[in-house]
Design a protein around this ligand. Structure first.
Ligand code: PXG
Length: 451
């Protein structure tokens, strides 16, 4: 099971002093706590990380939901190296390179039917802000400029751009910037209902009616003011919320009825996590746009994308042909190195059947997960594809402390999980074997049992 570390000799990171840790302001991290007891990763291969002091860590999170083909894939490394030697960079505006077109075509091949144009970004946050901007511009170019309202959902995570935090529904991500959020945003209720849905396997039974809140918002604001609704098919960062049966379909129907665009934020659900290439296919609901990132390049070069349906792209291709249609883009849109990584990644996914592998393992994963029911403090276990959310009873007055403690103990014992509030999340690389699953849940069981 365990793998020899490639070159486990201590790396320079092992010698970092407390002072040397200071300059790097770490994102979404308790900097002072971390720097007192740093967790430094030095290497990765397959299903494993190795820390700077040579400890092996089983990766139950695919990094942060992104390393779907496992770590250190030589095919990607070689493609990236070749690209750097051939064409390191080319201007993204008014110029192209073959990889950009090839990757767009490959992404379209695995996308839901009808979503056939791809706008490249460098992250999930940029994908979200890009999709929101396309939605607003789309209505405008079609002569419906009053459609400016954006609808998100409580507990939604859509990255950290101003658009993303505006439609997002996680309070700490918003409150510092509350006066600067995008105006005219409303939120649907989240779908988390432990009283009715605890310990659901797959899609929970209760909650489809929550989609009807969109009808209520249409009555309140009038459809002619609403541009788009954005939701994660499965909410990840907030602690794994699986959509109730029928919920996404109902959202789609209401959007259709009122000319509202539906955006699925598939930054974590894209590229095989649910058992289909995208959650849209898995749940049989086709949105108007998909935002993605992470697994697009197996996490190894930053890249994101917005996949849009033909009608949206075509709506922009109307004016004089020499006019720029969309005043939006990044220096690194379709960066040649990211495209090379993306093409190599999609080839691996196809060759190894990784975009549907989660379906084959889902039952085994589900049974292993629900076996933890009854352990001290476990108030919910929820799962879909190769995703797990495990919710713990909070320690009174210390929200998040219990799950953080479990996270630390797992890490000390050689298992990387994610923690958000009092919820633990697992989302292993899609190359995971049953033996790894046994090891993950065995270790988690021991840590939870010890309390
Ligand atoms: N949308 C969704 C649905 C995401 O999950 C983003 C947008 C932003 O992507 P970037 O690339 O800008 O970070 C995300 C990011 C976690 C976790 O463990 C999830 C994310 C990031 C970090 C941690 O839940 N998702």
């Amino acid at each position: 099971m365990s793998q020899p570390a490639p070159n486990v000799a201590p790396t320079p990171a092992a010698q970092l002093t407390r002072a040397e840790l200071e300059a790097y302001w770490m994102p979404f991290t308790a900097n002072r706590q971390f720097k007192e007891r740093p967790r430094i990763l030095a290497r990765a291969s397959g299903m494993y990380y190795w820390t700077h002091d040579g400890r092996q860590i089983l990766d139950a999170t695919a990094g942060m939901w992104c390393v779907n083909a496992g770590h250190g894939r030589p095919e990607i490394a070689e493609a990236v190296a070749r690209q750097l030697e051939t064409l390191d960079y080319g201007p993204a505006f008014q110029m192209g390179h073959p990889g950009a077109f090839e990757l767009a075509n490959e992404v379209v091949k695995i996308s839901p039917k009808g979503l056939d144009h791809v706008f490249f970004t460098n992250s999930g946050s940029e994908s979200v802000d890009t999709a929101l901007k396309i939605a607003l511009a789309y209505h405008r170019v079609r002569g419906e400029a009053t459609r400016t309202r954006l609808i998100g959902r409580e507990r939604g995570y859509h990255g950290v751009g101003f658009g993303g935090i505006s439609v997002g529904g996680i309070a700490p991500n918003r409150k510092m910037w509350s006066s600067s959020l995008v105006p005219g945003v409303d939120h649907l209720s989240h779908t988390h209902d432990l009283a009715k849905n605890a310990f659901s396997r797959g899609e929970p039974e209760h909650g489809a009616h929550l989609a009807d809140e969109l009808e209520r918002l249409v009555v309140l604001h009038d459809a002619s003011t609403i541009a788009a609704v954005i939701v994660e098919p499965i909410a990840g960062s907030t602690g794994v919320l699986i959509p109730p049966k029928g919920y996404l379909k109902r959202l789609r129907e209401i959007c259709d009825r009122h000319g509202i665009l539906l955006i699925f934020d598939e930054v974590i659900t894209g590229f095989g996590r649910t058992g289909s290439p995208f959650a849209a296919q898995e749940f049989g609901v086709t949105p108007d746009m998909i935002t993605c990132a992470k697994g697009l390049t197996n996490g190894c070069v930053p890249m994101g994308a917005v996949i849009v349906k033909k009608e949206i792209y075509d709506a922009f291709m109307q004016g004089p042909p020499n006019a720029i249609e969309l005043f939006h883009g990044y220096t690194y849109s379709a960066h040649p190195v990211a495209c090379a990584a993306g093409i190599a990644t999609l080839k691996i996914y196809e060759r190894e059947g990784l975009l549907t592998r989660a379906k084959e393992l889902a039952k085994y994963w589900e049974d292993a997960a629900h076996d933890l029911r009854g352990l001290p403090g476990v108030i919910d276990i929820r799962n879909y594809g190769l995703i797990l959310g495990l919710e713990l009873e909070p320690i009174p007055g210390k929200p998040g402390a219990r799950a953080f403690d479990v996270y630390l103990k797992c890490f000390e014992r050689g298992l990387l999980v994610r923690q958000t509030g009092d919820i633990l999340a697992m989302s292993p690389p899609l190359i995971v074997e049953k033996s790894h699953i046994d090891q993950m849940f065995g270790l988690l069981r021991e840590v939870l049992r010890a309390g």
